[in-house]
Design a protein around this ligand. Structure first.
Ligand SMILES: [Zn+2]
Length: 305
């Protein structure tokens, strides 16, 4: 296979293409309004070993394509790794790992047989793959650094849903964490010659630029939420409607989480940087609590169904 990082986007689902010397891409067939063209599955391979990252949904044809690609040239798949535990990345993980007789690894105890932590280095056929804990999109989000094993040229940073290819992702963790993770990734990308391999969307050739765009978008959102609250929008619903007037269906859950994380972030800041008016701060804090309780009740209801 020749390296092809410029193929037209989106490629056909479940077809392997080598995008860096050690990483193959396969697009999962789960396009939707909240997964964009689908989840990006990645296979990191070196020597006689490979690991499969983010198998995506439970789709027999896609999991079979991943299995075949992962074991190409007689390689052993030593793990199925999750960049985080959201269902569009993780639902197929157990079936795939079982079919390969291997383990699921990641930072979420909900799915992983073996838990990863910041600074872990996985050796894939002699290639050192490093784990960076980058919480914010979710608490268990990680990125993976795959250096070039030829000793020259670009490495690859698998960014999960922390940085997407030209798209925006929601904040299901803490916004303060996400901003710190993005700063860290921008510095990392500045220090290392690297291509960004995101959880959704096309390959990112300018990771420093893309990370800067995401930081700017988040910063603008923080300013907007602060202004809207100062204007008298003191309920979560009012803020969601003003910030995301077009949103419907599943994306509105992402929007709600993102708005709540932004308000939580502002509540935690002092004076003019946060919510300066004490009465407004009290009102929005009470409404956020109410909204979180309603969301938790809805999640419980869905789980028992
Ligand atoms: Zn996600």
């Amino acid at each position: 296979m020749t390296i092809d990082s410029t193929v037209e986007w989106p490629p056909a689902p479940s077809v392997g293409r080598l995008v860096t010397p050690n990483v193959t891409h396969l697009l999962a067939p789960n396009a939707s309004s909240w997964t964009y063209e689908g989840t990006n599955s990645w296979i990191i391979a070196a020597g006689d070993e490979s690991i499969i990252v983010d198998p995506g949904i439970e789709n027999a044809a896609h999991l079979e394509a991943l299995r075949r690609q992962g074991t190409l040239d007689g390689r052993t798949v030593s793990a199925v790794l999750l960049t985080h535990d959201h269902p569009d990345h993780s639902d197929g993980a157990r079936t795939l790992a079982d079919s390969l007789g291997t383990r699921v690894i990641g930072m979420s105890p909900r799915f992983a047989d073996d838990l990863l932590k910041e600074g872990d280095v996985l050796t894939v056929g002699g290639l050192p793959v490093s784990v960076l804990h980058t919480p914010g999109h979710s608490d268990d989000s990680i990125c993976l650094w795959v250096p070039s094993d030829t000793g020259c040229g670009r490495g690859a940073l698998l960014t999960g849903d922390t940085v997407l290819g030209g798209r925006s992702s929601g904040v299901m963790g803490k916004l303060g964490d996400l901003l710190a993770s993005l700063q860290r990734l921008r510095e990392f990308a500045g220090d290392h010659e690297t291509t960004g391999l995101p959880g959704h969307g096309p390959i990112v050739t300018d990771l420093v630029g893309e990370t800067s765009v995401v930081i700017d978008v988040r910063s603008r959102r923080i300013d907007q939420v602060r202004e809207f609250i100062a204007d008298g929008d003191t309920t979560v619903l009012e803020l969601i409607q003003r910030l995301y007037p077009q949103l419907r269906g599943s994306r509105s859950m992402f929007a709600a989480s993102t708005v709540i994380s932004t308000i939580d972030y502002l509540i935690g800041l002092d004076g003019e940087k946060g919510i300066a008016d004490a009465a407004q701060r009290a009102d929005i804090t009470a409404d956020v609590d109410k909204y979180k309780q309603a969301m938790a009740a809805r999640t419980r209801e869905t789980r028992t169904r």
